[in-house]
Structure formats: structure tokens, C-alpha cells
Design a protein around this ligand. Structure first.
Ligand SMILES: [Zn+2]
Length: 510
């Protein structure tokens, strides 16, 4: 038994000061009487700090996030020489390949573009690939071009003289950078999980598995979770389209384990607003296209039926109102999919009619409030004022149905405080531009959507996401009392301790 005392412990309608934890579970939440009741317990002084349930990031990509973090960040580079120096340092550690991300040659002196010749100075034999900050272009050295079979290529998509590869040609580089070794995947996941602890995240819905990688990734998770630590509670969201693969995957992963389970099938109905590939009901403003529907309605219906056959909910990635229409129609038509707790991931561009369907059919919404920070700059330009007014309707979705917050990392930072800020402030981080403030949540509601909301979405609301007797002892201690600070303080709030299943897994003594 451990008694955590002298805290400000968030509960539904009040704050406790102490928690008694027995093994993995909260035995009692209350006041200083818990110390008297358990004189032999180990004691941890919370020093008056705020304690919240561990965050539940309802939709991110943990493997992708860890992979991205493992790559050489070139965001700070201001010249080709700096890229070369960083690449050489990196090669000493990684031995066989260097993958860099985030260089921006527009910021280099004289805007001189980075070229193959620069990267050949890092290595003549080991492949070096660095992705531009936009993610739509990369520069390769000679070894990388040879390995990808692109040496000698000329054209818009690949120019071997300069080493640049663009758009679809980036696919050809994937075999070089792919990580498929189980040991390597495990090491990356381990690093990624440590990072989640740092952000106070104790549960995730993670979309890592697809038709190509499912065996390797599922095995890596399974092996990693056989060991004791580090573990974050994971509901895997698998993008699987064939029944045979889903059946095999279901055999590889537990269905009910509290740390690791196959939680849902994920389907993609459209693209993104930033790239203008989100599928809208009407044209993008000033253009004559509506974006891209990536999965036809009949195909989505088939995936929903397939998942229901495995007793799994379906989470449909839908950002544009056109894709959301289809997602809502298909889910509404399948009673079992509704019963299993299916939902829409992102649910960004919505109208009133659609919001009513979310409510009436109790269709879950997995939303990422931190998107407001970037999207508020261009939303009205893309979809027009009127549609923008009923979009990113997180307040309505929170009140009317099950809404679970998340980050979609690595698309956005995994830092949950950024999402909380956008959900309550409805603005970018600088507070320059606002998006429909009527859809703001109170801070308490936003915290609930980022904790209990995720637990409810995965059918775990009776064991997770609250600090009450009988719940998992998953909680975090903050350096800031966000409830008595202005919203801007959220952006600087830090986690000082993270506890998962009664174990302290992260501590920042500052
Ligand atoms: Zn995603």
C-alpha cells in the first residue's frame, strides 16, 4: 500500500488530498484520514501539487512518432555545412544510414538549395536521405540513389544530378528507411513510450498497424509487453482491409488485456485539409475540386461489416464534411458497429445536421483540439465562413456524444496541454486568431475529454480515466495548478511525476 498525500487531486466535482494505492489499483481517494487508516503504508508527499488522471491520447501513431523522433532533426540547420556536420556526427552512431528530417533550405545563406554533392560529403558509401521540412521533397546522396535504383534518373520527380526526389518518388525511398526488424521496432516503441510518460500520457489509441507491417509490429508490441516496463496502456487501431490479415492479427494480439489489446479497425475515408485532400461536400473555396475520397462508400461498408464480425469497432478517418457524411451514413446503417462503439477520427468540417447524427446515434468522435493552432489560419479560406462556424465543434461533440481527445502525433506534438489550451481558448497558441469560441470547453470538461473520454471510447470507463476507488492507479502530478492559472499557463505546464498501474514510471525533479 502506498498513500500519496498533500495533493490537490482532481475528481469529478471536488478535489481530494490523498490517494491510497494498493498494487495497480486505487484503494481509496480522500483526505488525511487515509494516512491514519494505513499507518504502515509507504508515503509520498505530493507537495500540494495538482494531480490529474493520466492523459488518454485517443488517437496517435506511436510507432511513427518514435521513428520520427529517432531521425536526425535538421530544423535548426542554417547552411549546407551545418547539415553535413550534423550528418557526420549522426553516422558515427547509426553506422549504416542517415535519415534526416526538417531541413529548410529557404533559410540557408543565399537560399542555396541542398544537393547530392553536399550529402556525399557525409558519406560516399552509406545512404543519406534528408527530408525537407514540408515533407514533400527529399535530397539523397549517391549511395541512397544507387540503393533505390534511381541513379541516372532525370525528371520532375527525381533528378539524380541534384539528388532531389519529390512527391510520389518519395515512395521509392521507403524500402531504405523502413524499420521491420522486431528488435529495432521494440527499441523505438520503448523510446516512444518514455516520451509519452514525460507528457503525462498513460493510455493511447495507437494506429501503427497496416496491411503490410502487421506481423512485425504486432509481434514487437507483444514481445515488448511481455516484459515488465515501460508500458503505456495501448488500444491498437489497425488499418487492415482483408479478413485473412485481420484474423491473423487477432490471433497475435490479446483482445482484453489492460495494457495491450487490438482495439479497433481504422479506415481512411479522405486526406487532410492542409494538403486540400480532405473530401468536402462542396468545392474548396475558389477552386473547382472537393478533395479526395480515398475509400468508396461500399468499400467502407465492407470494412465495417468485416470488423463487426470480429467484434471490433471501426474508426473512420474523416476530415471533410463529404467524407463525414459517408462515414455517418455507413456507421448509422450498421447497428452492430454502433453497439461496438464505432466512431469518426478527426471530425473536423461538420454541419449542424451531421452534429445531430453524432448525437442521435451516439457515434464517437476522436478529435484533436491542437489542430486549431495551425488550421485556424486557413480554415475559412478553404471551406468558407459558414462551414467554418460549425466546424471543429468540440464543445457540441463533447456534450452530445462520447468525445475523446488526442494529438494524432507525430502530425502534432504529443503534448496534451497544447490540446487542452486550444479546446478552452479556441485560438492559436499566440491568441492571434479565434475559431468559433462558442465551441469552447471549460478546462474541467477538456481535462475529462482527455482522460475519462478516451476510457469511455474504448469501453473502459469503469476502470480508467478517473481517480476513484477501484480504478487503475494511472495518474500524473503537475508543476502548475492549471485550474487557478490563465489558459496561457497550459502551454508551459510540465509533468513532474507519472504513475501507471501504481508504479512511478517518470519523475522530473527539475
Ligand atoms: Zn492519425
Amino acid at each position: 500500500m502506498t498513500v500519496y498525500y498533500n495533493g490537490k487531486i482532481f475528481a469529478d466535482d471536488k478535489f481530494h488530498t490523498a490517494l491510497a494505492v494498493e498494487g495497480e489499483i486505487i484503494a481509496a481517494a480522500g483526505g488525511s484520514e487515509l494516512l491514519e487508516r494505513h499507518p504502515a503504508a509507504e508515503k509520498v508527499d505530493l507537495e500540494g501539487r495538482l494531480v490529474l488522471p493520466g492523459f488518454n491520447d485517443s488517437h496517435l501513431h506511436l510507432f511513427e512518432y518514435a521513428l520520427e523522433k529517432s531521425r536526425l532533426s535538421l530544423r535548426a540547420a542554417r547552411s549546407a555545412a551545418e547539415v553535413i556536420a550534423a550528418g557526420r556526427m549522426r553516422l558515427k552512431k547509426t553506422r549504416d544510414i542517415v535519415v534526416g528530417v526538417g531541413y529548410n533550405d529557404a533559410l540557408f545563406a543565399g537560399s542555396r538549395p541542398l544537393t547530392r554533392d553536399d550529402l556525399d560529403k557525409i558519406s560516399a558509401d552509406a545512404p543519406v536521405i534528408v527530408y525537407r521540412v514540408c515533407g514533400h521533397a527529399a535530397v539523397c546522396n549517391g549511395a541512397a540513389l544507387r540503393r533505390a535504383g534511381l541513379d541516372g534518373a532525370t525528371g520532375d520527380l527525381v533528378d539524380s544530378a541534384s539528388g532531389i526526389a519529390r512527391e510520389q518518388a518519395l515512395e521509392l525511398l521507403k524500402p531504405l528507411t523502413e524499420v521491420s526488424d522486431a528488435g529495432e521496432i521494440k527499441a523505438l516503441l520503448r523510446d516512444g513510450i518514455r516520451d509519452l510518460y514525460r507528457h503525462g500520457i498513460t493510455s493511447v489509441g495507437s494506429n501503427d498497424i497496416d496491411d503490410e507491417n502487421y506481423e512485425a509490429v504486432a509481434r514487437a508490441y507483444r514481445e515488448l509487453y511481455r516484459g515488465a516496463t515501460p508500458r503505456v496502456r495501448v488500444n491498437l487501431q489497425a488499418t487492415i482491409s482483408s479478413e485473412a490479415a485481420l484474423s491473423e492479427l487477432a490471433g497475435l494480439l490479446p483482445a482484453t488485456d489492460s495494457y495491450l489489446r487490438l482495439g479497433a479497425v481504422k479506415a481512411f475515408a479522405d486526406g487532410s485539409l492542409g494538403a486540400k485532400t480532405a473530401y468536402l461536400k462542396e468545392n474548396y473555396r475558389g477552386e473547382n475540386h472537393r478533395g479526395i475520397l480515398t475509400l468508396p462508400e461500399e468499400e467502407l461498408a465492407r470494412v465495417v461489416r468485416m470488423a463487426a464480425g470480429f467484434r471490433l469497432p471501426v474508426l473512420v478517418h474523416a476530415i471533410g464534411d463529404g467524407a463525414i457524411d459517408i462515414a455517418l451514413r455507413v456507421l448509422s446503417a450498421n447497428k452492430q458497429a454502433l453497439r461496438l462503439g464505432s466512431g469518426v477520427v478527426h471530425a473536423q468540417v461538420t454541419d449542424k445536421k451531421q452534429l445531430k447524427i453524432f448525437r442521435d446515434k451516439k457515434i464517437r468522435a476522436f478529435v484533436q483540439p491542437a489542430f486549431i493552432n495551425t488550421d485556424v489560419a486557413f480554415l475559412s479560406d478553404r471551406v468558407g465562413r459558414e462551414r467554418a462556424e460549425t466546424s471543429y465543434a468540440f464543445g457540441t461533440l463533447y456534450r452530445d456524444t462520447v468525445a475523446a481527445f488526442g494529438s494524432d502525433a507525430p502530425v502534432e506534438s504529443a503534448n496534451p496541454f497544447r490540446g487542452l489550451f486550444c479546446a478552452v481558448a479556441r485560438s492559436d497558441f499566440e491568441g492571434r486568431k479565434y475559431l468559433n469560441p462558442a465551441e469552447a470547453l471549460t478546462l474541467k470538461e477538456a481535462v475529462m475529454a482527455y482522460t475519462a473520454g478516451g476510457a469511455e471510447a474504448t469501453g473502459e470507463k469503469h476502470v480508467k480515466g478517473k481517480l476513484k476507488a477501484g480504478y487503475y492507479a494511472d495518474f500524473i502530478v503537475l508543476d502548475t495548478d492549471i485550474f487557478s492559472s490563465p489558459p496561457a499557463a497550459l502551454l508551459d505546464a510540465k509533468v513532474v511525476m507519472t504513475v501507471v498501474g501504481g508504479k512511478i514510471v517518470y519523475r522530473n525533479s527539475g
